[in-house]
Ligand binder design. Structure first.
Ligand SMILES: Nc1ncnc2c1ncn2[C@@H]1O[C@H](COP(=O)(O)OP(=O)(O)OP(=O)(O)O)[C@@H](O)[C@H]1O
Ligand SMILES: [Mg+2]
Length: 248
């Protein structure tokens, strides 16, 4: 998500920050995500590093998929590609019926703002915005401000009493719960989460993960979650194990 200074956010409450109105791009599919022979490599000093070596899978609407695998196996790279944050070397990615291959950067940004929510290991809440304003931010970016939904989601993650707190006054678990509420704001088709519980203790990891899965199911949002935590894997619908850039 773009990091916007607070004053810009406050002044742009009714202004789209995107060149294209995301609602004007019509797509639909029972699948949240289709991945076809996805490959990605990086140019490094030592030559070309092939990180993803031909991945194919689909994810149905509202399903929860965990991606597990050793460090360096390509999990975060895959998540960045799935979110359209980076362009794959080859292969096809389809979000709810819309292929990313042909899409212009403007259309991609507009669609991403509406269709994809992100949760990272570190919350990336903006320090100058209150918890409630942070949760509402994706609505501004997608040109669909919705304060009532932001307040409702805060309540769903149990943070209604923290609405006017700034992120520095929240605990680690509370910040991640706010990040989950924020990711859900636009009712995205897909949430991408990279180690969302990686910096939490056992009890908070269970709580935060439970909220993510429960809320996503309630809202029919598909989730792709990267995790090292095998105890969380039993709570998802599907698991992909990556090893050396391949599904094993
Ligand atoms: N921008 C980049 N340029 C060059 N190599 C990269 C780049 N990003 C990632 N890599 C390499 O790609 C491989 C996969 O990295 P990635 O971050 O996807 O692994 P990961 O499975 O998420 O690991 P971890 O569990 O440690 O987070 C690693 O060998 C990494 O060094
Ligand atoms: Mg990673």
């Amino acid at each position: 998500m773009a990091l916007l200074p607070g004053y810009l956010v406050r002044r742009s409450a009714h202004v789209s920050l995107l060149a294209v109105n995301p609602a004007s791009i019509s797509v639909s599919s029972a699948l949240a995500l289709e991945v076809l022979d996805l490959r990605h490599s990086f140019q490094t000093d030592a030559g070309r590093l092939e990180v993803l070596k031909g991945l194919s899978f689909t994810l149905g609407a509202g399903r929860v998929l965990a991606i597990v695998g050793p460090s360096g196996s390509g999990k975060s790279t895959l998540l960045h590609l799935l979110g359209g944050l980076e362009t794959p070397t080859s292969g096809e990615l389809i979000w709810g019926g819309m292929s990313l291959s042909g899409a212009s950067q403007e259309v991609l940004a507009a669609r991403r703002a509406l269709e994809v929510g992100f949760v990272f290991q570190h919350h990336y809440l903006l320090e100058d915005l209150t918890t409630l304003e942070n949760v509402g931010l994706p609505g501004l970016i997608a040109a669909q401000p919705n304060d009532a939904r932001a307040a409702q989601l805060l309540q769903r993650v149990g943070l209604q009493d923290r609405a006017n707190f700034f992120p520095r006054a929240l605990s680690g678990g509370e910040r991640q719960r706010a990040a989950i509420a924020r990711a859900l704001l636009t009712k995205p088709r897909l949430i991408l989460a990279d180690e969302p519980t990686g910096s939490l203790d056992r009890a908070n990891a269970d709580l935060v993960f439970g909220m993510l899965v429960e809320l996503a199911r309630l809202e029919n949002t598909a989730v792709v979650v990267v995790t090292h935590d095998e105890s969380l894997v039993s709570r998802v619908d599907e698991v992909i194990r990556l090893e050396d850039g391949q599904i094993v």
